[in-house]
Ligand binder design. Structure first.
Ligand code: CA
Length: 222
């Protein structure tokens, strides 16, 4: 289900949006501050953000500007004013759509659907989100708590789906000298990564074992 982050400081407005969006099958998160929304989006990226312009801490415009430094997530602005300037600024700042209060929640839900359809596959939530700068990997929206070795190992597998990597190649990716004793180490790293993945999705098996060959990442089992 596409996940929509609603950033709006008026509870009554947020409530009508949540009701309309959930009625259309979306899942929602509601926050009332711009900074909180930025932090949330870094941790658990939503598929689309509905962003009020008049927020108590930083404006929706500023929030969007900062958001664009690390995310291409579609943004729909909510505005209390129907000003042409707002419209131009909103779209220049990297928003995808714009609605003026008071609005029909059903219309907003329909527009959200249209935007997600338009942006297409890039907006389809990826199962894994790799953040190289923060050395972090998210899985189904949950940040995984990985050691440095586990990060490199999983990242290596994710970069080439379906490719079977030998233990030696994986050791290389992890940055450990490939002497005999270390090869089993890969198995224990894989075991540890798998248990962290299972904690998020017990029924999925994204890392496949190939007997006598090594391991691969299988998106179909994610
Ligand atoms: Ca407001």
């Amino acid at each position: 289900m596409p996940h929509i982050l609603i950033v709006e400081d008026e509870a009554a407005i947020a409530d009508t949006l949540i009701f309309a969006l959930q009625g259309e099958g979306f899942t929602t998160t509601w926050l009332s501050l711009g900074q909180a929304a930025l932090a949330h989006q870094r941790q658990t990226p939503a598929d689309l953000i509905i962003l009020d312009i008049g927020l108590p801490d930083i404006t929706g415009f500023e929030t969007c500007k900062q958001l664009r430094r690390f995310s291409e997530v579609p943004v729909m602005f909510l505005s209390a004013r129907d000003g042409e300037i707002d419209r131009v600024v909103g779209l220049e700042i990297g928003a995808d759509d714009y609605v003026v209060k008071p609005f029909s929640p059903r219309e907003v839900a329909a527009r959200v659907r249209a935007i997600l359809k338009r942006v297409g596959p890039t907006a389809v939530p990826t199962v894994f989100q790799v953040d190289h700068e923060r050395v972090q990997i998210g899985y189904r929206g949950q940040p995984l708590s990985l050691t440095r070795h586990e990060f490199r190992l999983l990242n290596c597998l994710l970069e080439q789906p379906e490719r079977v990597f030998s233990r030696e190649q994986l050791l290389d990716a992890v940055g450990v000298a490939a002497d005999a004793g270390y090869e089993r180490n890969i198995d224990s790293h894989i075991k540890s990564v798998r248990s962290k993945l299972r904690a998020v999705a017990p029924d999925a098996e994204p890392i496949q074992t190939h007997r006598g060959l090594g391991y691969s990442y299988s998106p179909g089992n994610s």
